[in-house]
Ligand binder design. Structure first.
Ligand SMILES: C[S@@+](CC[C@H](N)C(=O)[O-])C[C@H]1O[C@@H](n2cnc3c(N)ncnc32)[C@H](O)[C@@H]1O
Length: 179
């Protein structure tokens, strides 16, 4: 079991509760389990495939969206998974922070995306980022930060274009890119 999976298996519930009271931007940026799926399905998605390392995060998501026949939730490292078909929209919300190798991740997303990628990235700040990194280190879970230029280069190199920063904050940013 990877440290990241162990961390999210242990913290799934508190992670979910943390964002209960927060606004839409925070919810989209951090993506508590299943809530984004709910919004996507309400907006009329014909199919939703959710991939996650953590069985506990998936269990929470399953409770929210289990009644939707068009949902498939799969446990595993997304790099090892190959869901059939292509996707109009690929969501990577709160994911890149945990990827030791971002490039294969971005390439994986590009290979399956026909239209739009929505991805969030954490940026380094002098106050919260070191504390957050230290806290996750207690669980052996490494964290990764990005600059806007670095994220744009990452996505362009993977073959995405029209990278737009749709939300910017001191600790992170949300990007939309075209396949
Ligand atoms: C900040 S949470 C975001 C939750 C997710 N966006 C959602 O809406 O359910 C980050 C999630 O990424 C998952 N994760 C991290 N690395 C992963 C990987 N390589 N493959 C699949 N999931 C991964 C973690 O298990 C965790 O559930």
């Amino acid at each position: 079991m990877t440290p990241t999976r162990r961390y999210f298996d242990k913290h799934a519930r508190s992670f979910d509760r943390l964002y209960e009271s927060q606004g839409v931007t925070a919810r989209l940026r951090r993506g508590p389990p299943g809530r984004v799926a709910e919004a996507v399905l309400e907006a009329g998605a014909a199919r939703y495939v959710g991939l996650d390392l953590s069985a506990e995060m998936l269990a929470l998501a399953r409770r929210r969206v289990d009644d939707h026949a068009e949902v498939e939730l799969v446990e595993g490292d997304f790099l090892d998974l190959d869901p059939p078909g292509m996707f109009d929209v690929v969501l990577a919300l709160g994911l890149f922070d945990y990827l030791p190798e971002a490039r294969p991740g971005a390439a994986w997303m590009r290979a399956r995306c026909t239209s739009t990628l929505v991805a969030s990235f954490s940026r380094w700040d002098r106050v919260k980022a070191p504390l957050r990194r230290l806290y996750y280190a207690l669980y052996g879970c490494p964290l990764f930060n990005y600059t806007e230029a670095g994220a744009e280069e990452l996505l362009r190199d993977a073959g995405f274009s029209g990278v737009k920063f749709v939300s910017r904050g001191p600790r992170g940013f949300l990007v939309v890119a075209r396949a």
